[in-house]
Design a protein around this ligand. Structure first.
Ligand SMILES: NC(=O)c1ccc[n+]([C@@H]2O[C@H](COP(=O)([O-])OP(=O)(O)OC[C@H]3O[C@@H](n4cnc5c(N)ncnc54)[C@H](OP(=O)(O)O)[C@@H]3O)[C@@H](O)[C@H]2O)c1
Length: 331
């Protein structure tokens, strides 16, 4: 996989990256998370499992790695892998996120999995924690799920602190979720400190079922931001693991196109993202090497107008998509 510029950051990323949301903790919302981990939640076993997936990703050319403070031990597992494999800073691009605190205490089912707070105090604490794990490897620090309601994009103290991190050489990004993604991205594009645009990158959900952030992501890319696409498989809904009867019509269409293009359903869904000119990197959220290998087949898919036309009616109204997303169980 050839790397390419990550917006105007000066960093280079592979078109497919790997997210560690499912690799760093026993509980997650993706369909089949428990089976993917073989229900073995021993820390050493989970670290070894994460390292296996990271090894495979690296061997297949993945050069963007996405963590967050709230993904359990994801930063620690990524750091131990980078260190044990002797991968120097600059060989890969590492992003992490602050703003959610992991609270599940290594349990699959917890009263609360993560707590959100976009305050200066949380930024300062989590920056130190991320630095302690990733140090010079940390290239990109993102606000985790920024919304207009959380007020973080109007919090000058936080924005100035982020600008200082940027001045120290760390690219600054934000991730967005929900129906308001486009509005938050547009607001981020206008956010400046001392006349300089603050954000270097944005991470958003875009997939065959939910395309509403597309126009704002196009504007972000045109402005020079690196664009990371998450949830390209709609948390597993765009894979063979989705057996929901109400998805029969969509599944049939997906399988038909996948067959025609000699792809798996998940590779086809990721190829749809790779075909977007504004996307810098699409994340695989695989927790197993076999799913990762299947996802990476996306890079071999020759996406065409027929696929785009055939799959465009899979799109759901954003409110329907996000309601469904909100109903996914931690498992
Ligand atoms: N707010 C935020 O900032 C935010 C939110 C969500 C995600 N993210 C980032 O985006 C990354 C990806 O997101 P995601 O993992 O939530 O969503 P995703 O990529 O849409 O979905 C991943 C799911 O698809 C399943 N899958 C993949 N390939 C499969 C296959 N061949 N057959 C069957 N199932 C398959 C995975 O199963 P397995 O686990 O069994 O492989 C997993 O359940 C995360 O790791 C994280 O870095 C960020």
């Amino acid at each position: 996989m050839q790397t390419k510029p990550f917006g105007s950051t000066g960093l280079s990323v592979s078109p497919v990256g790997i997210g560690l949301a499912a690799l760093g903790r026993p509980g997650y919302i993706t369909i089949g998370h428990a089976d993917a981990l073989g229900r073995n939640y021993d820390v050493t076993a989970m670290e070894a499992g994460a390292h296996r997936v990271l090894d495979k990703a690296y061997a297949m050319g993945v050069r963007y790695f996405d963590a967050a403070r709230s993904y359990g031990r994801a930063e620690a597992f990524l750091a131990s892998w980078l260190q044990r494999r002797g991968i120097p800073p600059g060989d890969v691009v590492v992003g992490s996120k602050w703003g959610y605190t992991y609270t599940a205490g290594w349990q699959v089912e917890a009263a609360s999995h993560e707590v959100k707070e976009h305050s200066l105090a949380v930024l300062q604490r989590q920056w130190k924690e991320s630095q302690a794990h990733l140090g010079a490897h940390l290239d990109l620090y993102q606000i985790h799920s920024a919304t207009l309601e959380s007020g973080v994009l109007a919090n000058r103290e936080v924005l100035k602190a982020l600008a200082r991190l940027k001045g120290g050489g760390t690219a600054i990004g934000l991730s967005v979720s929900g129906e308001g993604q486009g509005a938050v991205i547009d607001c981020a594009l206008e956010t400046t400190i001392d006349g300089v645009r603050l954000f270097d990158a944005v991470q958003a959900t875009w997939n065959l079922l939910e395309i509403s952030a597309g126009p704002a992501l196009r504007r972000a890319a045109a402005a020079g931001l690196g664009v990371i696409v998450k949830e390209a498989l709609a948390n597993g809904r765009l894979t063979e693991a989705n057996e929901a009867p109400e998805f029969d019509r969509q599944r049939k269409r997906l399988r038909q196109e996948a067959r025609r293009l000699a792809a798996t359903v998940d590779a086809l869904a990721m190829a749809a993202v790779l075909a977007q000119p504004w996307a810098s990197v699409v994340l695989s959220g695989a927790a197993t090497t076999s799913h990762l290998v299947s996802n990476l087949r996306a890079t071999d898919v020759i996406w065409d107008d027929r696929a785009a036309a055939s799959l465009e009616n899979l799109v759901e109204p954003p409110e329907v998509y996000w309601k469904m997303r909100g109903q996914l169980n931690w498992n």
